[in-house]
Design a protein around this ligand. Structure first.
Ligand code: JFZ
Length: 340
């Protein structure tokens, strides 16, 4: 383990990218600002029907996207790796997939394989790549998990009484298309095959696999993911595949810098937003200053951790100007005062 963690320990600073069709909404649905959670959750929070979200996704055409500029933006900020959302909870794959046509190449006019472009740009610019993959929640592919716990606890924000009633009766699903297949079938037909696709295409490139929100995934299913990963012993895995029997290689405190005594002697990485949302939120007013970012980076590095700082490109593929400015200033400070 020590050996495979060496580059990651050395790297210290990485870019998280949350990007997908949810970026088209920018945190606004039918004129309403989404009240709770990151803007990448808009489909769930606003109970957007599967058909409607799929239709919107089929217009995803981020013509401003340029993988080289994104990777160079990270490099100029002093970052050494990128963790990119290959599929978030909405179920949309940012790569071509035989397991689900709900992907960037087969479902949109864009037709370019974004994951492929990002990986190749990383190769060109000496940047390590990590893949975020939502292995359990999937709101558009039938059978994918739909955050039942959150629904039961009532902290979603349904727009209508009818939808509310339906979700209560259907353990968290707000659309009959989501319940038409079992999670077991979903997992072996979509989730695991897509993980295999990513590994077989980019196994040598992948530095990190970042799984998220385990929810209903079983030990057996997680075991089957680990079996695939065993073929790529250099890949570092986070701690969110399945709890508690799959601790992974490092811990992922979210949105905060942990106290020194809480993370003694373990590998860890704080992931955090520059703004207030992972996915693009058009009305975000809450941007961190580069000063705050630099202070966090220093504290985190001093405590032996990594800092994964998130940007959310918009529906056209542009990174918000506030985030760009922050990264630019951070990079300038690092090249003046850090060890490059
Ligand atoms: C998850 C996602 O639901 C979210 O959209 C985003 O991708 C984020 C990076 O990860 O949200 C979480 C996951 C874990 C915690 C909190 C939010 N946690 O452990 O406190």
């Amino acid at each position: 383990q020590e050996q495979k963690m060496a580059w990651w320990q050395e790297a210290k600073f990485g870019m998280f990218v949350h990007w997908g069709p949810y970026s088209l909404y920018g945190g606004v649905y039918n004129g309403y600002q989404q009240r709770r959670g990151g803007a990448e959750w808009i489909m769930n929070r606003c109970k957007i029907p599967v058909r409607e979200y799929r239709a919107k996704s089929s217009t995803f055409n981020p013509v401003h996207f340029n993988a080289d500029s994104l990777v160079l933006m990270a490099r100029e900020a002093g970052m050494k790796y990128i963790v990119f959302t290959t599929k978030h909870h909405d179920g949309f794959a940012m790569f071509q997939s035989r397991a689900s046509s709900f992907n960037i190449v087969d479902y949109t006019p864009f037709r370019r394989d974004i994951v492929d472009e990002v990986v190749k740009a990383c190769r060109r610019h000496g940047m390590k790549i990590g893949f975020y993959y939502s292995q359990s929640q999937d709101w558009c592919n039938p059978g994918g998990n739909t955050a039942r716990k959150e629904m039961r606890e009532g902290w979603a924000n349904p727009d209508s009484v009818e939808i509310d009633r339906y979700t209560k009766e259907h353990i968290g699903s707000w659309d009959c298309l989501q319940t038409s297949v079992s999670f077991q079938d979903y997992f072996y037909r979509v989730s695991l095959p897509q993980i295999r696709e990513l590994l077989s295409r980019y196994g040598n490139d992948i530095g990190v696999m970042f799984f998220d929100t385990p929810q209903v995934i079983t030990d057996r299913q997680a075991q089957d993911v680990m079996k695939e990963l065993a073929n790529y012993p250099h890949i570092i895995v986070n701690d969110r595949l399945k709890r508690p029997n799959f601790p992974g290689d490092y811990k992922t405190p979210e949105g905060r810098v942990p106290k020194a005594e809480d993370i003694e002697g373990i590998y860890w990485e704080t992931c955090m937003n520059i703004g207030s949302s992972w996915g693009y939120k058009s009305w975000d007013k809450n941007w961190k200053s580069s000063q705050e970012i630099i202070r966090n980076l220093i504290t985190i590095a001093a405590r032996g951790g990594n800092y994964l700082l998130n940007v959310g490109p918009d529906g056209l593929g542009d990174v918000p100007v506030e985030a760009r400015q922050c990264l630019k200033e951070t990079g300038e400070w690092l090249s003046r005062n850090g060890e490059a």
